[in-house]
Design a protein around this ligand. Structure first.
Ligand code: ADP
Length: 167
């Protein structure tokens, strides 16, 4: 079973095998965590993303981490939250599963996730956290030993801790 840890911090600082980027479908950079990751990784990251030709919502693609302490970046576009009736939960679950599958394929033992879709994409925090925690908890891991949920705010960290207590 995967060991789950919750921290508050900046995901670009983490020395793990892979960090996950809450990207958009273009994979060409954006605001929020995506912008922070591109800035910290350096311009080579964009050069590596261009030939990937984008990514569908709920899927994931991998690149090296370049100047980041992390070896890899796994890019996944989360769903834009409308009302929860447009497949958002299944798409968000698919983001986590696709990232974990890519991490496994690339022999990653440690993976850090930001709270996908909870920024400009507007996913309600508690619902998003329940999907994140349950999907990682239920994942049949082979190589992955540890997942870090890297929360940007103390408020988000508290929600993760509350949800984790119940699994
Ligand atoms: P999305 O478009 O998927 O909503 P955002 O980047 O807007 O993506 O936000 C996703 C989450 O990442 C939010 O909870 C936001 O607070 C958080 N975040 C922003 N910058 C960082 C960072 N440097 N490290 C970790 N989390 C971050």
């Amino acid at each position: 079973m995967i060991n789950i840890e919750v921290i508050q911090g900046d995901i670009t600082k983490l020395k793990v095998d892979a960090i996950v980027n809450a990207a958009n479908c273009s994979l060409l950079g954006g605001g929020g965590v995506d912008g922070a990751i591109h800035r910290a990784a350096g311009p080579e990251l964009l050069q590596a993303c261009i030939p990937l030709k984008g990514c569908e919502t709920g899927h994931a693609k991998i690149t090296p981490g370049f100047k980041l302490p992390a070896k890899f970046v796994i890019h996944t576009p989360g769903p834009v939250y409308r009302d929860g009736q447009h497949g958002e939960p299944a798409l968000l679950e698919s983001c986590y599963k696709s990232c974990l599958a890519l991490a496994e394929e690339n022999n990653c033992e440690t993976v850090a996730f930001p709270a996908i879709s909870t920024g400009v994409y507007g996913y309600p925090w508690k619902e998003a956290t329940e999907i994140a925690v349950n999907t990682v908890h239920d994942y049949p891991a082979r190589n992955i030993k540890k997942v870090i949920f890297c929360c940007f705010s103390a408020q988000m960290k508290k929600i993760y801790q509350e949800v984790l207590q119940r699994v």
